[in-house]
Design a protein around this ligand. Structure first.
Ligand code: HEC
Length: 153
């Protein structure tokens, strides 16, 4: 972003374009912190509902109510979590609040299916669009490659 053309490989640059484009990732993981803390004032952090599964097999909805645990009557907070940063994400497996996803590929597979709703779980208030992203394996690999560019040297 500062103009250093060799900072990322061609694949990482394509992955960035998919991250902010077809993958819609930056609608929640805001640049430049790649988390849910909203620029330009950074005064609030968004909670989102993905319908995260217990693990990367994506067979069962994780029962953790997240912030909803502390606001039992507020429907839109049930199963909600802050959007975490993706900086250094390649170095911080396992993933999601429950550590249920072992690899970034497993996380991408979850998103590509449209999250919990896309997988057929009952998630009333999902904020992640439930329609499949239709990312090819190659496009998924490029997004993962891009996330690797967010690691400290
Ligand atoms: C609707 C908002 C939203 C969108 C869109 C979104 N994310 Fe997320 N992301 C989140 C939230 C919230 C979590 C935490 C979920 C949890 O812990 O259950 C998360 C977690 C993650 C994690 C795991 C972080 C960790 O520290 O364990 C990765 C990796 C990730 N997202 C990458 C992506 C990518 C890549 C895309 C685009 C394909 C994307 N996200 C799209 C909100 C979003």
């Amino acid at each position: 972003m500062r103009g250093n053309k060799s900072a990322m490989t061609a694949s990482q640059r394509q992955g960035f374009n998919l991250f902010v484009g077809k993958g819609k990732c930056s609608t929640c993981h805001f640049l430049p912190l790649f988390n849910g803390t909203v620029p330009p004032k950074y005064a609030k952090t968004e909670q989102e509902i993905l319908g995260t599964a217990k693990d990367g097999s994506n067979s069962t909805l994780d029962p953790d109510l997240g912030r909803g645990k502390f606001h039992e009557t507020v429907e839109f907070l049930q199963h909600s979590f802050k959007t975490p940063t993706l900086r250094n994400i390649a170095k911080t497996a396992p993933y999601m609040h429950n550590g249920g996803y072992k690899t970034l590929k497993e996380v991408m597979n979850f998103y590509n299916k449209g999250g919990g709703l896309g997988l057929g779980f009952k998630v009333k208030n999902q904020t992640l669009p439930p329609n499949p992203l239709n990312l090819s394996d190659q496009e998924i690999d490029k997004i993962i490659d891009f996330m690797g560019a967010l690691s400290d040297k």
